[in-house]
Design a protein around this ligand. Structure first.
Ligand code: AMP
Length: 292
């Protein structure tokens, strides 16, 4: 293996702009991948997509307090900068932005992005200020870096829609890429929060993926009633994970997230479930197959 060089690490916006000035003057295209660190293959798949498409890749690592609700896991969220930098060096990332809270939110910070209807159901109902925090930090990072292209994961489906809406509404000059969810070999969607699960709960958490697969099979078999599919998904979940506490289980329009009652075209199945004390989310886009 050729030796890998560590990315340049900056912690302030001034350092960031100094580093990016010559990149931009050199006519290079810049990619941004916003993350909260504790990087896994899901994050790295976004980095690899960026490396293929752009000349210079920036990864931000920042655990954004404003997107965590009271009683959520802000304090225990894993912070693993050293190993993250090693993983990013292997991928050939040029620059990492890892600002402190003081750099991001000055004491007089008072401006927030208010998200519209697409942020209201599902996650928005269960985590009231979550998307306001997400949209604000993403807009700040886009303004700090000024990337040509920014990369997000389908794993956080509603988040991707909220960001798409914000970028369109506020004329943010960036292209967005939404990359497929990366899963463990047994189907569990990769997430930094999976590490909170005990081995037994980790096993039960496969119920999320299984219920999404069941929904896919039912739709492929011609089931058109959303309620019947949701009932079967819930049954599957609670059979495989008897302690599961369901925040939501939904079949929705893939663009607006409005609930779908009758399956007539593509839908997205989304769910958020607490297993043990860990809240997991997952989703899948489901297509009808044409019956003759
Ligand atoms: P996070 O660090 O959880 O804020 O995630 C940073 C970015 O990585 C977001 O755009 C996520 O949607 C994306 N991401 C997280 N997990 C996965 C995964 N398993 N597959 C693909 N993308 C992911």
């Amino acid at each position: 293996m050729p030796p890998t060089s560590q990315p340049e690490l900056v912690t302030t916006v001034a350092e960031l702009r100094a580093a990016l000035g010559s990149v931009r003057r050199g006519g290079k295209t810049i990619a941004l991948i916003p993350t909260m660190g504790d990087l896994h293959e899901g994050h790295l798949s976004l980095v690899r997509a960026a490396k293929q498409e752009c000349d210079y890749t920036v990864v931000s690592i920042y655990v954004n307090p404003s997107q965590f609700g009271r009683g959520e896991d802000l304090d225990k969220y894993p912070r693993t900068l050293r190993t993250d930098l090693d993983a990013l060096a292997e991928c050939g990332v040029e620059l990492v932005l890892a600002p402190g809270d003081d750099e991001v939110y000055r004491p007089q910070h008072a401006t927030w992005v208010e998200v519209g209807a697409v942020g209201e159901p599902l996650e928005g109902r269960h985590r009231p200020d979550h998307f306001r925090g997400v949209a604000t930090i993403v807009l700040k990072l886009l303004n700090m870096v000024g990337p040509d292209v920014a990369y997000f994961g389908q794993k956080d489906y509603q988040q991707a829609l909220v960001i798409r809406q914000m970028v369109e509404d506020l004329d943010v000059p960036v292209e967005l890429r939404i990359c497929p969810t990366v899963r463990e070999p047994d189907g569990l969607a990769m997430s930094s929060r999976n590490a909170y699960l005990s081995p037994e709960a980790r096993q039960r958490s496969l119920a999320l993926h299984r219920s999404l697969e069941l929904a896919e099979q039912l739709i492929a078999a011609g089931q058109c009633s959303a309620q019947s599919i949701l009932d079967r998904m819930q049954q599957e979940l609670l059979t495989a994970a008897d302690d599961a506490r369901i925040d939501y289980l939904a079949l929705a329009d893939p663009d607006t997230l409005e609930p779908v009652h009758e399956i007539r075209g593509p839908v997205v199945a989304l769910l958020a479930v607490h297993i043990e004390n860990t809240r997991l989310i997952d989703n899948r886009i489901l297509q009808m197959t044409k019956h003759k």
